[in-house]
Design a protein around this ligand. Structure first.
Ligand code: BGP
Length: 481
């Protein structure tokens, strides 16, 4: 590129990464934390699904129990993020650390103190904290007693938790996320047990009336989000409240109108809650669909006001992959991770996630033009097997290449297409437990964590090649991208 035409990202662009509590903290029984839903999920792999057990089985390994020991090492980790020049870091608050059963009248002060310390450490480096209030971390008690998001009582308890955190971190945190990736809950979608469980505390196969349950939980989650948004802004009008959606752009297999129409429907499944949370009302088209399917939504008069008052301030997008819709796909078609089939034009990761940088630009345009709200890329990254070479070197050029390609299209989206994007957060800046497989072996970080799936390793941290690369990108505000 011509030197004088070289451009940077916007001057106030947030650069950083995202992590979640259950995938990093460990310390699952420390300082009064109660058991959360992810504490009952074992280590799996690409080939072996994670098991969800009713009780803790001491013969099995549960990766959330120790995770990467962020609970004791957050100071070291945040210092490393600061060394890369981060200006933003997204963490999640583990609900079960604040309200161990979800029902206490008073929060667990030790839990609050932990998050205050984490936030203070983040801020001491001038990093902007972005806090997710629900990233698969519900107290298990609420699933057992109330059936989790199927019951409106849980919305009330979630809001109690949100209020506690809005107040505890008032004046320190201004960017909040009401929940992570609830958009996968849709009655039309055939889901995996693990993904349904992460979002809801229920296995898909155990839901008695699947369509009704998914619709109810999807509705209650969207409602809880807009209620939390209004509450958060009431507590501090400086708060910017968003929600994070895991979005997969869908492409029709070919120009056969049947494929195009089915593709449109596939893509739209991810959007009904975004419509509900950004347009001021739960969408009529979805209610119509529910009526036809015999699904009943218990919508109260006051909900209408909640949707009106709780419109989001920004939309967080987790982007990993695109997918292809083929009507009547058959057994020979190579199936993709989140529905649809593989795209023959794209390479895929070892875990079968297609790598599509243009999909990011397409998606950002799609969402921004639909809502006109600021966006934030809240997750993007590559899970890969890394090799620890001599002298503790990890040459992860494939990861650098992945980020470079995605940042190129993001830059075009911002500078050429005029998309308002607040920042770019990688998943994840440090190796952590994979949500879908429970592995450590699926590594995402700029920082290697010495921990293996068999439970070995001393948790020490090593900077990978990508660490230095990202540092340079941030330092130069992406001028060479
Ligand atoms: C998103 C989740 C994250 C994270 C990421 C990568 O859906 O928000 O928690 O885990 O996906 O997925 P995985 O860990 O399964 O590779």
């Amino acid at each position: 590129m011509d030197k004088k035409n070289r451009s940077t990202f916007p001057h106030d662009f947030l650069w950083g990464g995202s992590i979640s509590a259950h995938q990093t903290e460990g310390g699952w029984e420390e300082d009064g934390k109660g058991p959360g839903i992810m504490d009952f999920v074992t280590t799996g792999s690409y080939q072996v699904p994670r098991q969800i057990t009713k009780e803790i089985d001491t013969t099995k390994s549960y990766p959330s129990h120790n995770a990467i020991d962020f609970y004791h090492r957050y100071k070291e980790d945040i210092a490393l993020f600061a060394e890369m020049g981060f200006t933003a870091l997204r963490i999640s608050i583990d609900w079960s650390r604040i309200y161990p059963t979800g029902e206490e009248r008073e929060p667990n002060q030790k839990g609050i103190k932990f998050y205050k310390d984490v936030i203070d450490t983040i801020k001491s480096y001038g990093i902007e904290p972005i806090v997710t209030l629900y990233h698969f971390e519900m107290p298990i008690h609420l699933v057992k007693k109330y059936g989790a998001w199927e019951n409106r009582k849980v919305i009330e308890l979630y809001l109690r938790f949100c209020e506690t955190m809005f107040k505890a971190l008032k004046g320190k945190v201004y960017y909040w996320v009401t929940s992570n990736e609830m958009n996968h809950l849709d009655p039309q979608t055939e889901m995996s047990d693990i993904f349904t469980y992460m979002l809801t505390g229920h296995k898909y196969s155990e839901l008695k009336d699947k369509k009704q349950s998914l619709a109810t939980m999807g509705y209650n989650l969207a409602l809880s989000g807009v209620m939390a948004a209004a509450l958060g802004r009431k507590i501090d009008s400086r708060n910017k409240i968003g929600c994070v959606f895991g979005l997969t752009p869908m492409y029709p297999y070919d120009c056969n109108p049947t494929n195009v129409m089915d593709n449109f429907k596939e893509m739209e499944r991810d959007f009904y809650q975004i419509d509900a949370m950004c347009n001021g009302k739960f969408p009529e088209y979805k209610l119509h669909e529910y009526t036809l399917a015999g699904i009943n939504i218990d919508m109260l008069e006051e909900d209408k006001l909640a949707f009106k008052e709780g419109i989001l301030d920004f939309i967080g997008i987790n982007y990993y992959s695109s997918s292809v819709t083929k009507s009547n796909a058959n057994a020979d078609d190579d199936k993709a991770m989140f529905g649809g089939i593989q795209n023959p034009f794209l390479e895929k990761s070892k875990w079968g996630w297609s790598i599509d940088p243009i999909g990011l630009r397409y998606l950002l345009n799609y969402v921004y033009r639909r809502y006109g709200l600021p966006l934030m890329v809240t997750e993007n990254g590559l899970g890969a097997v890394d090799q620890l070479e001599e002298n503790n070197k990890i040459n992860d050029d494939y990861r650098i290449n992945y980020f470079e390609q995605h940042l190129k299209t993001l830059k075009k989206a911002i500078l050429e297409d005029g998309i308002k994007c607040l920042g770019y957060l990688t998943w994840a800046p440090i190796d952590l437990v994979s949500a879908s497989t429970g592995e450590m072996n699926k590594r995402y970080g700029f920082i290697h964590v010495n921990r293996d799936d068999d439970g070995s390793g001393d948790f020490s941290r090593i900077k990978k090649e990508s660490f230095y690369w990202y540092k340079e990108v941030i330092e130069t505000n992406g001028i060479d991208i």
